[in-house]
Write a protein of this length. Structure first.
Length: 404
């Protein structure tokens, strides 16, 4: 199976950006701008092509531990603005570093995520000082902080003057003197600031990332997706085990159907990522304990569209994108996001849709009890009678899980 990790990260960076927007109130495309500035620094310091690609990957992933840290500390929407000022905020660095251990980076750098909030003078979370901080972590710390405070995408002459003044003042304090000098030279190039605005940054970054052939086998891809399913499920306290539970049920059904190994794993990955679009849904909607109003329902329904948008451009993920993004489609055309009908929905799309409903019904949520197998199957069968989901798959689910 073809899979380029850096291409995957580029495709999902927009969804990951919404975590930053929700939690830290950063601007859109924050991760791409951090990745671009860090990459330019990596190029300036003559890092290898592999290190440059990893710089982009680490930049996009630098806050991957945020949602799990929020959940671990029981921090929800009303507390978000204060959260990043607490000492517990450093936990996201530890969680994030642990998450990426199984990722297929091209180099053996470590503690990049853990130390991405360290300052050159040793006043960061872990009191790591000077060049004891990994160089790529220093690039990310610099790029992330400057974009967070000054917002690269809205730099006019007055703000640029203020930004440059601040960077010079922080030379050998917050930032390494060498990195400050490098940035001052890079940012003096014609068009540098223009390339950082929202209209240009994605294309700019894609053009700058070096070409490099990279292959990963399907088992390693699944390990990567296990981490992303945790990131997805942790976005809401109501669904912290949903994707994992769905994937396990998909696995059991695939085995009952005697699927070949590769197709089974691809379907499990679809289950892991089916709700990745929920990263783009505001936490106050995901965590609302009461019934959503009509406008909120429309926003919530967009998550399957965002899932398709995230996954459809990943080379080798064509089937996975289809199965994952079709999980709210109905046979009678009343589903979303595309309103597909029976003849447009393949068996695996129908399977994921049925199992997603079954999983949601049988898991406990803060606002409802879990349904028994029989209660859930009765609901599924009623939906099948209304030509919403596949009756044969529903009966198969009944047989496979009746003794669970």
């Amino acid at each position: 199976m073809k899979f380029k990790f850096s291409d995957f990260l580029m495709s999902i960076s927009t969804a990951l950006d919404f975590i930053e927007i929700d939690v830290l109130s950063v601007e859109t495309n924050h991760l791409k701008r951090v990745a671009y500035v860090s990459l330019r620094l990596a190029q300036y310091f003559n890092l290898t092509i592999q290190e440059q690609i990893d710089t982009v990957s680490f930049s996009i992933l630098h806050d991957n531990g945020l949602t799990q840290t929020l959940l671990n500390n029981k921090v929800r929407y009303n507390d978000l603005k204060e959260f990043y000022q607490r000492e517990s905020f450093k936990e996201h660095c530890i969680v994030g570093e642990h998450n990426v251990k199984s990722f297929p980076f091209l180099t053996k750098h470590k503690n990049i995520i853990k130390y991405h909030h360290e300052t050159y003078d040793g006043k960061g979370f872990f009191r790591i000082k000077g060049d004891n901080i990994p160089l790529i972590a220093q690039f990310i710390a610099f790029s992330d902080y400057i974009d967070f405070v000054f917002k690269y995408k809205k730099v006019d002459d007055k703000k640029k003057e203020k930004l440059i003044k601040y960077i010079k003042e922080q030379k050998n304090k917050r930032f390494s003197g060498k990195i400050v000098d490098a940035f001052l030279e890079i940012s003096g190039e014609d068009g540098f600031w223009y390339l950082l605005n929202d209209d240009n940054i994605e294309r700019t970054l894609k053009l700058e990332i070096p070409l490099y052939e990279q292959k990963t086998d399907i088992d390693n891809i699944l390990k990567i997706m296990n981490v992303f399913s945790k990131i997805i499920d942790s976005k809401s306290q109501f669904t912290e085990k949903h994707s994992d539970g769905l994937s396990k049920k998909i696995c059991k059904m695939c085995e009952s159907y005697n699927y070949d190994y590769n197709e089974k794993i691809k379907l499990i990955i679809a289950g892991k990522l089916h709700d990745i679009g929920k990263l783009a849904i505001p936490i106050e909607i995901l965590d609302k304990p009461k019934k959503l109003d009509n406008e909120e329902i429309l926003i919530m329904k967009k998550h399957s569209y965002y899932t398709n948008k995230c996954l459809s451009n990943i080379d080798g993920f064509e089937d996975i994108a289809k199965w994952a993004s079709n999980h709210h489609e109905k046979l009678n055309g009343t589903g979303y996001p595309k309103g597909l009908k029976a003849h447009e929905l393949d068996f695996n799309s129908r399977l994921v849709a049925c199992l997603d409903i079954y999983q949601a019904l049988t898991e406990e949520r803060p606002y409802k009890k879990s349904f028994s197998h029989k209660e859930a199957i009765d609901i599924l069968k009623n939906m099948a009678l209304n030509n919403q989901i596949d009756i044969d798959i529903t009966n198969d689910i009944d047989k496979v899980f009746e003794s669970s």
